[in-house]
Write a protein that binds this ligand. Structure first.
Ligand code: NAD
Length: 353
């Protein structure tokens, strides 16, 4: 019998296609705004300038200072720029770092958000905001954080470098993996996650062969939407906790950290809930979910070991201690010994059985 469930609905409006950035002005007006601040990283400033030009008199200017992990000092400058610009909404054009800055402004000012994601990280559909101050990352969830509108434009992802294409897709797959066993999962999200795995499995190898393959870019961006919706709908567990530990306390790069940990966290929890993780083995082959993801990661050139991103073997005890400090829901009980073994395998890059 199907388990009972609650489907909370998906409240964010989604516009998906090619050339859809041109619809940003209509979407801003639809939300009732006539002045917006455009956000980007310094790297994507030229894209932000093009968007501001397209928005015409709706644009109140650009803040192109977004950086990874939403540091509070940058947020303060952005909030000041937002207030002095006269804008009442933001348009965030970029990856998770830019979306994070838009959320940080929204939660402090009540601004509405239109997000135009250009990676597969998946922040745009969620009510989650991670922020850093004095080297410490804190995360909160609130309905005020969730963006009102997301515009997915396949054209903007054509420039995503192959390395980030791969690791960002692995980051997205991690949201799907944990959604399969989330205690608050529902059949709609599970369907979306299964579809996402199939789309990434097809799309990512095609993008390695040709990063400008529009059909494959569309597959991958669609998959990213599904995974973002999953992250924004259900609770995450061990995998996201560990990624947070390494990103927050060892300053490892976000997408690579997710990519490296994923086969090991999958294999760890597969021992407790093999049936729930069967869709991963079905999508990637390899006999097991953990082994299948590891094989896929290797075939697409994703980094495989924590040592490859500068973690020392001696750091693993400290990471274990931080990860077990606060209790959280996970399908397999977590004890320091088994977690330390997981991290050892991830550090070495060994294929999980
Ligand atoms: P990012 O946003 O930092 O982007 C990495 C770099 O790639 C940046 O310089 C960016 O300008 C550039 N870039 C992005 N898209 C590009 C494109 N299409 N072409 C060329 N260059 C492009 O990286 P990310 O992995 O997308 O996001 C990571 C951040 O997102 C982290 O801070 C993470 O905590 C956060 N995040 C939050 C959530 C959430 O729900 N709160 C979910 C996922 C990620």
């Amino acid at each position: 019998m199907m388990q009972s469930f609650i489907f909370p609905g998906l409240t964010t409006r989604v516009v998906f296609g090619s050339g859809t950035t041109a619809r940003a002005g209509d979407e801003v007006r639809r939300l009732g705004h006539d002045k917006v601040l455009v956000l980007s990283t310094p790297h994507q400033q030229a894209d932000a300038e093009r968007l501001a030009a397209t928005l015409g008199e709706l644009s109140a200017g650009i803040f192109a200072g977004a950086v990874m992990h939403t540091p509070l000092d940058v947020t303060q400058k952005a909030v000041d720029a937002f207030r002095s610009s006269g804008a009442t909404a933001v348009v965030s054009l970029g990856g998770g770092s830019t979306t994070g800055l838009g959320k940080a402004i929204a939660v402090r000012t009540g601004a509405d958000q239109v997000v135009i994601p250009t990676t597969y990280a998946g922040s745009e559909m969620t009510d989650i905001l991670g922020e850093t101050a004095a080297g410490e990352k804190t995360t909160r969830r609130s309905p005020d954080i969730r963006p009102e509108t997301v515009i997915y434009d396949v054209d903007l992802t054509l420039s995503l470098p192959v390395g980030l294409t791969v690791t960002s897709a692995m980051n997205a797959i991690a949201h799907a993996m944990e959604a399969f066993y989330a205690p608050d999962r529902n059949p709609v999200i599970v369907l979306m996650c299964k579809d996402a795995l199939a789309a990434f499995h097809k799309g990512i190898p095609a993008l390695i062969a040709d990063p400008h393959d529009r059909t494959a870019r569309a597959e991958a961006l669609y998959a990213a939407w599904c995974c973002s919706a999953a992250l924004g709908s259900v609770q995450m567990a061990l995998h996201h906790k560990l990624a947070h530990v390494f990103g927050g306390s060892f300053d490892t790069p976000h997408a690579e950290t997710h990519a490296i940990l994923l086969p090991y966290t999958t294999a760890f929890n597969e021992q407790a809930v093999p049936d729930l993780l069967a869709p991963i083995a079905d999508a990637f082959g390899g006999g097991t979910a953990g082994g299948g993801i590891w094989d896929f990661a290797r075939s697409v050139g994703s980094p495989l070991s924590l040592r490859a991103i500068g973690i020392q073997e001696a750091d693993l005890d400290r990471a274990t201690a931080i990860a077990v400090k606060n209790a959280y829901a996970n399908p397999r009980p977590i004890d320091p010994g088994s977690l330390r073994e997981l991290l050892q395998a991830a550090w070495e890059g060994r294929r999980p059985g």
